[in-house]
Design a protein around this ligand. Sequence first.
Ligand code: PLP
Length: 417
Amino acid sequence: MEKKTFVTLEQVRDMVKKYPTPFHLYDEKGIRENVRKLKQAFSWNKGYKEYFAIKATPNPYIMQILKEEGVGADCSSYTELLLSEAVGLVGDDIMFSSNVTPREDFELAVKLGSIINFDDITHIDFFEKIADFPETISCRYNPGGDFILENQIMDSPQEAKYGFTREQLREGFLKLKEKGVKHFGIHAFLASNTVTEEYYPALAKILFETAVELKEETGVHIAFINLSGGVGIPYRPEEEPNDILAIGEGVRQAFEEVLVPAGMSDVAIYTELGRFVLAPYGCLVTQAIHEKHTYKEYIGLDACAANLMRPAMYGSYHHITVLGKEDKPLDYKYDVTGGLCENNDKFAINRMLPKIDMGDYLVIHDTGAHGFSMGYNYNGKLRSAEVLLKENGETQLIRRAETPEDYFITLDLENFK
Ligand SMILES: *Cc1c(COP(=O)(O)O)cnc(C)c1O
């Protein structure tokens, strides 16, 4: 599939008068349409709810849009909880799926009335010293081994630090039941960025079967199954996007097959999608500021890995469009780089692109999730602004760019005067 930008050169020329590049830009219309489709895919399930993984895009304006669409928040830290509270997402609108959880984080999660998802059996005793057990508690499951789909190893849960073993789930549920917990959830995240419609249905089947067994073994009421994140997006043009309606239908079939005959048709399905919900509806807008001709052809941008870490960290592909040159032949081979003193600061290596001239605006696609949020300050680089392209075509600054004052705010430079 051809990858198109949701913004034109004209619009960007207008935007840069107000917001200098680089900045992350989000598409409100795309976000809303996508979430509506997600909800439609699971509309067969009465209790369905999406808890957006805040870590993907921790911006209150984005969270507000999602909230208006009925989406809650999946938080894993103290500040993510505060962010959630700030936009009025509290109580069972928060799923607290943390790990290696500090005491203060549990305290705040309890204060806000969040649904707590324990990552480990030892957290039960840890938690007991902090607060009374709520009526509803979730536990994260790690089945171990390799997770295989269509004869392919998708991931290795046995190597993952998360979750209870199967035996610990049984033990944990019994212990929590004894402490007065009435309703239970089961959560698992077994593979990331899956570009296949089989992942969620396969995961659902595992969790549904486990739920039936656990109900028999422990006699507890299973209230929800949380399929967590992991539904991916086509970063590459040759990849097919996931059909979320087909995914929802696959989960429905597993539900009918496993839970309904067990008399468990009241189980709610929860998701914690970050990438699927937001990645395609954000992009990094940046300008070419240098060209370099040595052993290779380089284009240097005003953005760097501090603005988008995925290529440097995972070698991830992010599609690049040179605005205004969409129809030009891709007859130049470039490394597209940022200015960090790190040779992995490359947004693209050996990428075929149209001829790039200094001053051209480039759009780096699919940065709406795990983009800005993974940013950092290495080399004293400052975090960029975030801008919202609203449904009515207007733009809104939803986070200003950092200034040197922000960078120095944790230091007392006065001592060096
Ligand atoms: C990161 C994360 C998610 C979201 O993952 P995506 O890849 O963005 O779908 C959901 N749940 C938990 C617990 C996570 O850590």
